[in-house]
Design a protein around this ligand. Structure first.
Ligand SMILES: C[S@@+](CC[C@H](N)C(=O)[O-])C[C@H]1O[C@@H](n2cnc3c(N)ncnc32)[C@H](O)[C@@H]1O
Length: 456
């Protein structure tokens, strides 16, 4: 098979980018076909051919899956944000469970893993409490903000996004209009920006269960006095905005946040309510993007951790202490570790405001501190790492702590499965996993898994 070939195939699977997957030709070469669903027969053109896989574009759909629906968003397919809008919600949930099962079998080496049904999100649209938009200056367009096209850094211009909370769309529209009126320009990719080309990202957050809303503008250099004043004017034009900050990030690379943040207007912090708890945080800190579903996830994960008498819990990757509160609710003593200072500095205050006493926060990289913390006995270890999963040193420290149970919360089934394998080799039995649909319309899935000391 060569690039440009026309192929006629029946799609066998779906990847988490929402692309159909098929093994084509005599060599059973893996091909990802955009906008093609399992069971559909399509005629497609091989657009790229790499060493291990190819990508293809549908020319003609010869049969249609019963799960196919009309996408709600006008830029579906061009925007890399939501990949599954063309699939019924029931099929999205089944697919997410299958992703977790496949990862645990193939990467985790677990035969017939006990994976429950995927918990549906309370809201399928208008659920996201945060929008992060890259901003660029492009030839004739001085400030383009939007979402990346799949597998590229081309920005598809923002228009109302149906997975965002409605207030975020209102604030984003207001912010973009105001920034343009005040004469702000996007930065260029890389380091070739002209002096006035400033803004790299904008982040807008909104409480789902409250009124607070924050905007952060991230620029590649400090603001002049005049720019600071103009940014304040822009913020004042956004009706109902609680506050705006400006963050300076002069580092290359894709990480959004730099080390310095200055207040521009109003509040620097916002609060969100999850069940009976209220959490305060800065714009740059991690907070689950689907507040209603976060509540279900935390109640479930805390239930796994606290099955039995409350004891001592070591929680790694704790963010601002949200899951921590649920873990400490039954009287357990929780040692919480978080490396991002703007998040870690609110763990104690969040505990105090929620009337929780037994939380001991540490600001540190889990891989640097877990070994020393594992020296003191703990009954349960809870981890909720970023997509890359746990560092090997963290796994070693978890095993050294010899807890009765380990609860692993993950947004990446592949690294979850890899780490479960390492923990299983160290004497822990994976008992169950439950996927949660934290990100409807996208291929992403959140999972909570329980492992117990073998022989228990
Ligand atoms: C997926 S979030 C989970 C946070 C929290 N459990 C929650 O639900 O809000 C992962 C957190 O780990 C933090 N983090 C990333 N790398 C870390 C590391 N090496 N050590 C400790 N924390 C880390 C991030 O800043 C982030 O707050």
């Amino acid at each position: 098979m060569i690039q440009g070939d026309k192929i006629k195939v029946t799609i066998s699977d779906l990847n988490n980018e929402g692309e159909g997957v098929v093994r084509a030709g005599d060599e059973r070469f893996v091909v990802f076909v955009a906008d093609a669903l399992p069971g559909e027969e399509v005629e497609a053109r091989l657009v790229t051919k790499k060493k291990n896989y190819g990508t293809a574009k549908v020319l003609r759909r010869l049969s249609e899956s019963p799960e196919r629906i009309t996408p709600a968003c006008g830029i579906f397919g061009r925007c890399g944000g939501c990949q599954l809008q063309h699939i019924s919600y029931g099929a999205q949930l089944r697919m997410k469970r299958k992703t977790v099962v496949d990862a645990l079998e193939r990467i985790g080496g677990i035969e017939a893993p006990n994976v429950h049904e995927c918990v549906p999100s309370p809201e399928l649209w208008g659920y996201r409490n945060k929008a992060s938009l890259p901003v660029q200056s492009l030839g004739g367009e001085s400030l383009r903000a939007g979402f990346y096209r799949p597998r590229s850094h081309d920005i598809i211009p923002y228009s109302d996004c149906p997975v965002l909370l409605p207030q975020i769309n209102r604030n984003l529209n207001g912010l973009l209009t105001a920034l343009r009126e005040e004469g702000f320009c996007g930065a260029r990719e890389g380091r070739r920006s002209l002096p006035n080309e400033l803004i790299r990202h904008i982040v807008v957050r909104q409480a789902q269960f409250g009124e607070d809303s924050l905007c952060a503008v991230i620029g590649r250099r400090p603001l002049s006095k005049k720019e600071e004043k103009s940014l304040r004017s822009a913020a004042q034009k956004i009706k109902g905005l609680s506050g705006m900050v400006y963050n300076i990030n002069d580092s290359p690379g894709n990480f959004i946040w730099g080390g310095r943040t200055i207040p521009i207007y109003g509040a620097e912090l916002m609060s969100e309510r999850l069940g009976r708890y209220n959490f305060t945080f800065e714009a740059s800190s991690f907070f689950q993007v689907n507040s209603a579903q976060a509540l279900s996830l935390y109640e479930y994960a805390a239930g796994l951790a606290l099955d039995g008498a409350p004891g001592k819990i070591l929680e790694l990757y704790s963010g601002v202490g949200s899951l921590t509160a649920f873990l400490a609710a039954g009287g357990a003593e929780v040692t919480a570790v978080e490396s991002w200072l703007p998040a870690a500095k609110y763990i104690a205050g969040n505990a105090e405001r929620n009337g929780i006493k037994k939380i001991v926060p540490h600001t540190a990289q889990a891989e640097d501190i877990a070994e020393s913390l594992s020296g003191s006995r703990c009954d349960v270890v809870v981890v909720d790492p970023p997509r890359s999963g746990c560092d090997e040193k963290v796994i070693a420290a978890m095993l050294k702590a010899v807890p009765e149970r380990i609860v692993y919360v993950s947004c990446n089934p592949a690294t979850l499965a890899r780490d479960i394998k390492r923990l299983a080799e160290g004497g822990y039995t994976p008992l169950e996993a439950r996927p949660f649909d934290m990100f409807p319309q996208t291929g992403h899935v959140e999972t909570a898994a329980l492992l117990v000391k073998t022989g228990k």
